[in-house]
Design a binder for this molecule. Structure first.
Ligand code: URA
Length: 446
């Protein structure tokens, strides 16, 4: 059906809802270039101010997904589950969830019970991206064809990939346009963007990790809850079992921030040599929610958590972690060799200026610091330095003494010292009185 694009912009500008035909006209026209960036930018801004009705958001997400292909499902590949995070600082949980969830499902239900097709993104701005972390493993490729990905699902039941050009292609165009037209922070546009890619994974279940706090997209509980509720409702309306976890992002997650450093932390976590309590809490919550969706009533979330804790006593998650990298051309052994070679990188300590308890370690400051050192990108095309980052020694609530190290800035060469941003307090606050440690899991949205 033909419409005039300016009529549709006016319609949205006056706060009305579009029909499915109108939304299809917008997507088809934009892909065919008969609707231009300036039209779409005006329409996106109208959506930004006027929002979308639930049904409209659902149809828009579906049409965006149907602008591309979906991953085909081999027979006997069980329940397909994934996790999506809205992004944070030091968040390496995706790399841990694939081997942990797969290991538990193999142990409890057998080899093909649960499959995990994980499609992740690159970092943009101060929050990190899973693909950049994966790239710090020598040889690893996240750039596989759909056919190669489908083969991995058949042979092992998991992969970790980047978005291919065939999956929800209109989202790629719209996201780039939103980025330069100040229309990113808009719930219906975020929900449809995220879900268009997740629907293309052909999933049965999906766990959303919606971060909230100073280092997150969503600054407060109300905004984060609204986003999580919208994601869960639209996902469910398309038959996808889903749950939202609201988790804290005020201080960085785990001990390390930076692409190569975060993979180091995952190796240490899975091998059992070192597990930071917050990272463990968030990982266990997300893993048990993913497994509980797959269990479809046979195991509760707490029972799944027990299984996750118990599987970490075995070497199966570490074996699957190595397999994940090897199956996509990488080598954890080579990574460990390189890690030893990198151990002598220059480090700049940031210390406590008084004694007391750590009250604040600003995730956004740490994210921006790593970004400024070259660990993040300015535009989607920029290259990054995977070896820079921050190692943290104190978490919020820990007692600290004057002069004690709170974190160290890890550089790839001495020349990079001049890139360290000059912020007097280093993102740190110390309290004289005792402070509670971070409550990582804020709320579950069903
Ligand atoms: N992540 C996405 O994939 N899309 C958005 O709009 C925001 C975050």
């Amino acid at each position: 059906m033909a419409f005039h694009v300016t009529d549709l912009i006016k319609k949205k500008r006056s706060g009305q809802s579009h029909s499915e035909d109108e939304l299809r006209f917008l997507i088809d026209g934009y892909l065919a270039n008969s609707i231009r960036d300036y039209h779409m930018a005006a329409w996106l801004m109208a959506v930004f101010f006027r929002g979308m009705a639930f049904e409209e958001m659902r149809v828009w997400a579906r049409l965006m997904w149907q602008s591309g292909v979906s991953v085909a499902r081999p027979v006997r590949s069980g329940f397909w589950v994934d996790k999506h995070s809205t992004g944070g600082v030091g968040d390496k949980t995706s790399l841990l969830l694939v081997p942990i969830v797969k290991a538990v499902s193999e142990k409890v239900w057998g080899k093909n019970a649960i499959s995990i097709p994980m499609i992740s993104g690159r970092g943009l701005g101060f929050s990190g991206g899973t693909l950049d972390k994966l790239d710090s493993v020598p040889g690893f490729s996240s750039d596989l064809s759909i056919e190669a990905a489908e083969k991995l699902m058949q042979t092992q039941g998991f992969f970790m990939l980047g978005q291919t050009k065939d999956l929800a292609p209109v989202d790629r165009l719209l996201y780039a346009l939103r980025d330069v037209t100040a229309t990113v922070e808009c719930v219906p546009l975020i929900v449809s963007s995220i879900l268009s890619k997740k629907f293309a994974e052909n999933l049965d279940g999906l766990v959303f990790d919606v971060k909230l706090g100073a280092g997150a997209f969503m600054g407060n509980l109300g905004e984060a809850r609204h986003l999580a509720q919208s994601l869960v409702a639209v996902a469910k309306s398309e038959g996808l079992h889903s749950v939202g976890v609201l988790s804290a992002m005020d201080e960085p997650l785990g001990w390390k921030v930076g692409n190569q450093l975060e993979v180091e932390e995952c190796v240490d976590y899975l091998s059992g040599s070192r597990r930071e309590a917050g990272l463990h809490e968030v990982t266990m919550e997300l893993a048990s929610q993913m497994l509980a969706l797959g269990a479809r009533g046979k195991l509760s979330v707490p029972e799944c958590r027990e299984q996750c804790e118990s599987i970490l006593q075995s070497d199966l998650p570490m074996k699957l972690f190595s397999q994940l990298f090897e199956s996509q051309g990488g080598s954890v052994q080579q990574f460990q060799k390189r890690r030893e070679a990198l151990a002598k990188r220059p480090r700049v300590p940031v210390v406590a200026e008084g004694s007391g308890y750590l009250e604040w370690l600003d995730a956004q400051h740490i994210g921006r610091l790593v970004h400024a050192l070259g660990g993040g990108r300015e535009t989607k095309e920029s290259s990054i330095d995977a070896d820079v980052g921050v190692e943290i020694f104190k978490k919020i609530g820990d007692p600290v003494s004057e002069g004690e190290k709170i974190y160290e800035i890890v550089l790839s060469s001495d020349d990079a010292r001049e890139r360290i941003p000059n912020r007097g307090d280093g993102g740190i606050k110390i309290s004289r009185t005792a402070i509670e440690s971070t409550r990582w899991i804020k709320e579950i949205v069903r």
